[in-house]
Structures are given as structure tokens and as C-alpha cells.
Design a protein around this ligand. Structure first.
Ligand code: ADP
Ligand code: ZN
Ligand code: ZN
Length: 732
């Protein structure tokens, strides 16, 4: 039959998307007797190695002579094929970011271990009717322990019965126990949606009901816009319950550092079990388990960092993006995608609701809500009834501290009072280390990174000068490397370590703690310290932005911001928005449970619109001013923006190439190209960086424009690299 012949013919070759930066899928021969469909995960030879890829919805190239075709070397048939929706999502992300689709697929295939079924572990089971020749007390204990008839691991059984392994071996030898294979992981207990019912406040209920109703409408986006402590988490837990009740899986995306033990416990209190976790710290074994469990449907809820967006869920029915405004959802990795925006896309493709939550939503999400694309639910008050903190600006021009000190008298008095009352204080400074700059008093020499255009940051505990961009470090020298003077080095400006020193001077009795991502002892130590703060084991906490989010410190009453102006000086169009968000979040740590919270913002620009907006607690006024300014300037979300970062080892050569790229830009009246200009970080890891910026109105297909531009631009060579960043968030 002709039809059969055709089918046979198409099955002998297949397109396979491989995890490398090439524009499309490659054609491979399908081994005889193998059956593959779109989405089948396979192993194929590529150059000198073998890679894992997936059969893709691309017409295979039938023109290649079969002799030249390489053959698929393995079909992973223990794993279901990547479904059509996830494949569409991969293609969509690639099209949006201008990344190679294979590089996006790579994010789906993060765990090769997951593609194999998990090896069973050996166990032992009682053989019906068989008795040992002699029933010693130890043997009797083993048999009693096994009365339930289940299989046990040897070590588990020995432990439970309180015997040595040799007793069990003896029983095996006698034919009383048999060795069996046990699944390595037990089936997971499922979250129970009615495990703990919370009485929602009336405004929470409006939001929860609205979101529940949105499940009937297919794709939709809801923004929970609620002040810190208003119960946004409670509300989206209701959305998760709804998804689970409808037989669907749910994903909670959080900025990685907000993924805390405290949050997991909270989920457990509500649903009776822990959710599955997915982030950079989990072990390969757990990674494989979560991947498999998500694909089989065994795992119902995942809480994860941005990369969990690419997990192969069997029946995903909800994505929650908590702290949706957070810049950490976009990172400068090989595929620079915004996890928040791509979550919305994934919901759209698979027709399920997406919930965004924040106390300080992104301007983008506010505009989407204003224009009716997103539902918006406002929670204006804290659930505990506690008032939002009282905020004060400390004018450093008039009330600044004495030389060499960083805590001004008004903040100092407030700390004294809080300490006397036994309440916790958080001093916030978004700068790691002791001092951001070290210089020589005699000759003016400044310590700079040899590989980056950045000052070296002194870390006094480690006695090192460190570059925060490339990790380069050197010992703090005894003498100036330039003029050889000794005792001439001075630390300029404060980092958290220096604030901690000042606090120890001022409050020698107080229990102080520094919380910073570079803490020695890594994430585990950090988690322990967070718990110490949570339980009231510290009086004064000095922290970087790590403490601004995710964690609830019930005893914290006072928040002091050492330098409220820090984020405002940037040439970044989002500087005002980001500073507003960060400071609102960090001051929102105060008095969440007890009320009576206060915040002090030390600033040299108390009249800056951001500081004024924070003081007046008028979020809406801030957003409308910011939105108007963006609209007037045609900046996102009213215009489209893309950065083209060109980098290379030689400065002049890189700049010359950037100019050559510019000259090939297609003429289009709607698109404005700025640059090339040196990037804010002009050199990183020895690479010089230039930036071109493309701006266009919203209705322009900027990606299409960039694609045609790149197709005619000169090829990068001699170590040059071109990176496209659609809707850049970090202007570094
Ligand atoms: P958000 O996510 O908006 O910061 P949370 O959901 O963390 O707020 O809520 C803040 C605190 O208030 C938490 O301790 C939470 O358990 C409590 N809470 C929130 N809603 C309620 C409610 N309806 N009833 C009782 N406690 C609540
Ligand atoms: Zn010197
Ligand atoms: Zn460096």
C-alpha cells in the first residue's frame, strides 16, 4: 500500500534538535525497528561526541544521501516524549530571545540521569511459611518486625529490629527471607487541598475567588498587588488548591534566594506535604527524581527557580510567579529570558492561568493591568492588622554622622530604642564586603581588578581584595604596590562588614549578625542564620538585598537603610523603579507581625521622587508618575528595546567591529539605534564590551528586524562575541 510505504519512508529519517547553538535541527537516520515521534528524547552523535536531543517538528532533509547520515544511537523510551505544548514553548522562547532552539531545549534536558529509570535497590521479604531452624531472640525480633508482610531494605530492617546485618544474612541463607528488588523512591504523598483551611479576609477572598473563577477561562493572568504581609501567599495557595482539585499540577516560581526552608514549612502547613524543589543547589539524584516525577505526574507541585519553567510537566495547570518584579527572574545566561514573561507565554500556549504576586509590581505588570490584559487584585492592608512601618528620611546633608561613621544620629537613636525594647533591627546596605574601594593615601593608587573595569572590594574577614564580577582576589598587601608606602591604605565607603564593625563599637553587648550571599559556609550556613534571626537569636542584623525578600522575620521592628541613594545614580531606565521596589520591600520587613514598625532611609536627596514616594506611602502616585515618564520617552513597556552587546579581547578591534555591525543596520524609520557605546561595565573577565541599543514602538517586530540585521552583519571572528538581550533589565 502506498500509504504504508510513505509512512515507512518518513520514519527512516528524523529531525533532531541538538543542544548546541545552531539555527535548526539536524537530520538523522532512525535505526531499523525503532519508532520515534516528535518529542522523543534520543542520543545522537555530533562531531566527536554524543549528545542528548529530541526529535523535532521540522521536516527532515530528505535530500541528504543516506550514506552520509548519522544514525540515532539511542532512544530513551522510559521517558515520555516532550509534549507538543512544551515543544511549542521551546520554539517560542527561541524566537523571542533570538537564541538557538537547541539552546532552549537544553534547558528542558537538564538531567540526563532522569532519562533512565531509577535503579531499584535490593530488599528482603519474608517467605510465607518458612521458619528458621533455631529462633534466637534476634531472629525473633526480625520476624516480628516483618509481620506486616512488606519488603524492607537490609539496613532499614537491621536498624528497626536492632540486630546486626549478619542476623539477616543468616535468615536469607536459611531460606526464611528472600532478596527482592524495591523501587528506590516510594510514591510521593500528594498535597491535600483541604489540609488546613484558612479564613481569608474579605479582600483576600475577593482575590482568591476571582482567581478560582479564572480557571474556567483558559489562559489568563492575574496580578496580586498587595502590600508586604497582606497575605498574597495565602491567596495564591488557594489558586494552587484549585489547580490540584482540577487534577492539574502547579508551579511556583520564586527568585532563587527566596526559596527558603520557612517557605517550604509554610506550604507543608497548608497542604500537609512538602512541595518538590528545583534550583541550582539540589543534588543530581533529586534533580532526576523531580524531573521524572513531574513528567509522570507523581509530583503535583514544584517550587523552583526560573529554570523550573522548562520542566516537562505532564499536566501543568497553574504557574505562580512570586515577587514578580524581581530582576533575578532575568539573568545574563546563555539564553537571556525573563522567567516572568515566559511564564505568561507558557500559560498562554497551554491555556491555563498565571498568577503574578508582588508588593511592588513591575511597571510592566501594572500597565498590563491598567490596559485590561491582566486582572488585578489589590490587598491594601496587612493581614495581621499591623500598620505598615512609619518611614522617615534622614537628610544626610544636615544630620549626617561624624567622619568615618555611617549611621546617622536619628537612626542610631531608633536602634537604641529598639534594642532597649528587645526588638530586632535590620540595617540594610546592598554592598558586600568591608569597603567598595581601597586607595593609597600617599600616592592615590586605587586597587582595580586586572580583568574588569571594577574596583576591588575589601573583605576584611578574609583579608582579601576581591572583584565581584570575575571572582579575582588578592591578599591585602602590606605596602602600596605603586609607591611602597606602608600603612597608607585606606578603605573608602562602607560595605556590610564595615557597618557590622560600627555596630559592634556602638552596641558591644548586642548580638549582631551579617547576612550576605558571600557568607562563609555557603547556603546551609545562610539558612541556619536566617532561622536564628527568625527565632529572635539576633538583635541587630546587617544585610544585603538577600534579606529584602522571601523571609518573614516576626521580631523585626526597625529597618535602617544605610544608603538609600545607592541604586539611583545608574544610567538605567529602570533605576527609579528598582530602587522604589527594593526599598519598599526591605522596609516592609519591619513590624510585619507585631506592628509598630519603623524605617529610616539615609539619603542625600530627600526630595528625589523615589524617596518622596516612599515617605508618602503613595504607591499609586509613584506608579502613575513612572508610567507617564516611560510613556513619554517611549521606553518599555510602551516601546520595545533590545541590547546588542559586542565583546572581545582587544579593545580597538572590538570597537571597530561594533561600528562595522552598526553600518549594516537595515534602514527602518521606526527603529532607532543608539551606540556603540562602552557598556557600563566596560571590561569583564578581560573582555571589552560595547553596547548597541535598538528602540522601536510597540507595534514593530523588533526581533524580525534584528534577525534581518544579523543576517547581513559581518561575522564575528578572533574571539568576538555578539549577544542579543531582548528587553534588557540590567544595564551593566
Ligand atoms: P505576603 O505574601 O503578602 O507578604 P503572607 O501571605 O506572608 O503575606 O502573610 C503575612 C502573615 O499573615 C503570615 O504570617 C500569614 O500566615 C498571615 N496571614 C495572612 N492571611 C491570613 C489570614 N487570612 N488569616 C490569618 N493569618 C493570615
Ligand atoms: Zn601609594
Ligand atoms: Zn574582575
Amino acid at each position: 500500500m502506498l500509504f504504508d510505504e510513505l509512512e515507512d519512508d518518513t520514519e527512516t529519517i528524523a529531525s533532531v534538535l541538538v543542544p548546541v547553538a545552531v539555527p535548526t535541527a539536524y537530520t538523522y537516520r532512525v535505526p531499523a525497528g525503532c519508532h520515534v515521534v516528535s518529542g522523543t528524547i534520543v542520543k545522537v552523535p555530533l562531531g566527536t561526541r554524543e549528545v542528548v536531543g529530541a526529535v523535532w517538528d521540522v521536516q527532515p532533509d530528505a535530500g541528504i544521501s543516506p550514506k552520509k547520515l548519522k544514525q540515532i544511537s539511542r532512544v530513551f523510551d522510559a521517558t515520555p516524549p516532550i509534549d507538543a505544548e512544551l515543544r511549542r514553548f521551546v520554539d517560542w522562547v527561541a524566537g523571542w530571545t533570538l537564541a538557538a532552539p537547541g539552546m532552549v531545549l537544553r534547558m528542558v534536558l537538564r538531567s540526563e540521569e532522569a532519562l533512565e529509570p531509577e535503579a531499584p535497590v535490593p530488599g528482603v521479604r519474608r517467605i510465607e511459611g518458612q521458619e528458621p531452624d533455631r529462633k534466637t531472640p534476634a531472629r525473633a525480633r526480625v520476624l516480628a518486625t516483618m509481620e506486616d508482610g512488606f519488603a524492607w531494605t537490609k539496613s532499614g530492617l537491621a536498624h528497626a529490629a536492632g540486630v546486626s546485618a549478619s542476623v539477616i544474612d543468616g535468615l536469607i541463607q536459611q531460606g526464611v527471607l528472600e532478596v527482592v528488588e524495591m523501587p528506590a523512591a516510594l510514591p510521593l504523598p500528594k498535597p491535600q487541598t483541604d489540609y488546613l483551611k484558612v479564613d481569608l479576609t474579605p479582600t483576600q477572598k475577593v482575590a482568591a475567588d476571582g482567581i478560582r473563577a479564572s480557571f474556567d477561562k483558559g489562559a489568563s493572568v492575574s496580578l496580586i498587588d498587595g502590600v508586604t504581609g497582606s497575605g498574597k501567599t495565602e491567596v495564591y495557595f488557594e489558586a494552587i488548591a484549585e489547580a490540584l482539585d482540577r487534577g492539574r499540577q502547579a508551579l511556583i516560581l520564586v527568585p532563587e534566594i527566596a526559596l527558603t526552608e520557612q517557605f517550604l514549612r509554610r506550604f507543608e502547613q497548608r497542604f500537609g506535604v512538602y512541595p518538590a524543589e528545583w534550583h541550582s543547589e539540589i543534588t543530581p539524584k533529586n534533580r532526576a527524581r523531580v524531573w521524572r516525577g513531574v513528567a509522570s505526574g507523581d509530583v503535583r507541585v514544584v517550587i523552583g527557580a526560573r529554570s523550573s519553567l522548562f520542566l516537562p510537566f505532564l499536566e501543568l495547570g497553574l504557574i505562580v510567579v512570586d515577587e514578580e518584579h524581581d530582576g533575578a527572574f532575568k539573568q545574563d545566561d546563555r539564553v537571556p529570558y525573563s522567567a516572568r514573561d515566559m511564564a505568561v507565554v507558557r500559560g498562554h500556549i497551554s491555556k491555563f492561568p498565571v498568577v503574578l504576586a508582588s508588593a511592588t509590581p513591575s511597571v510592566e505588570s501594572r500597565v498590563n493591568a491598567e490596559q485590561g490584559r491582566y486582572n488585578r487584585f489589590v490587598l491594601p492592608d496587612r493581614a495581621s492588622g499591623a500598620a505598615l512601618p512609619d518611614l522617615h528620611a534622614v537628610d544626610m546633608r544636615q544630620k549626617g554622622p561624624e567622619r568615618g561613621r555611617w549611621i546617622a544620629p536619628p537612626l542610631l537613636n531608633a536602634i537604641r530604642q529598639a534594642y532597649a525594647d528587645g526588638a530586632q533591627t535590620l540595617l540594610f546596605l546592598n554592598r558586600r564586603g568591608y569597603a567598595p574601594l581601597t586607595l593609597c593615601r600617599t600616592c592615590g593608587h586605587r586597587f582595580q581588578c586586572p580583568h574588569c573595569s571594577a574596583w576591588l572590594v575589601e573583605h576584611r574577614f578574609q583579608k582579601r581584595l576581591t572583584c565581584h564580577h570575575c571572582g579575582h582576589f588578592e591578599k591585602v598587601p602590606d605596602a602600596c604596590p605603586s609607591c611602597s608606602s606602608t600603612d597608607s591604605l585606606v578603605a573608602c565607603g562602607p560595605g556590610v562588614e564595615r557597618i557590622a564593625e560600627e555596630v559592634s563599637d556602638l552596641f558591644p553587648q548586642a548580638r549582631t549578625l551579617v547576612l550576605s550571599s558571600d557568607i562563609q559556609g555557603g547556603p546551609d550556613r545562610l539558612r541556619r542564620e536566617m532561622k536564628v534571626v527568625e527565632e529572635g537569636g539576633a538583635d541587630i542584623v546587617i544585610g544585603t538585598q538577600l534579606v529584602a525578600k522571601g523571609h518573614n522575620f516576626p521580631k523585626m521592628r526597625l529597618v535602617g537603610v544605610i544608603d538609600a541613594d545607592l541604586g539611583l545614580a545608574h544610567g538605567d531606565p529602570r533605576a527609579a523603579e528598582k530602587t522604589f521596589q527594593l526599598l519598599a520591600q526591605v522596609t516592609g520587613r519591619a513590624g510585619r507581625v507585631t506592628g509598630g514598625g519603623a524605617g529610616y532611609l539615609q539619603t542625600y536627596a530627600p526630595d528625589h521622587p523615589v524617596i518622596r514616594a516612599l515617605m508618602s506611602a503613595d504607591r499609586d502616585a509613584f506608579y502613575s508618575a513612572e508610567i507617564d515618564a516611560r510613556r513619554a520617552a517611549g521606553l518599555p513597556p510602551f516601546g520595545r528595546m533590545a541590547a546588542i552587546i559586542i565583546s572581545g579581547p582587544d579593545k580597538a578591534f572590538t570597537e571597530g567591529y561594533a561600528r562595522a555591525v552598526l553600518r549594516t543596520a537595515p534602514v527602518d524609520a521606526a527603529v532607532t539605534i543608539l551606540g556603540p557605546a562602552e557598556a557600563a561595565l566596560a571590561m569583564v573577565r578581560g573582555r571589552h564590551r560595547y553596547r548597541l541599543l535598538a528602540l522601536a514602538p510597540r507595534n514593530v517586530d523588533l526581533q524580525g528586524y534584528l534577525r534581518s540585521w544579523l543576517s547581513v552583519a559581518p561575522r564575528p571572528m578572533k574571539g568576538l562575541r555578539v549577544q542579543i538581550d531582548i528587553d534588557p533589565q540590567h544595564f551593566m
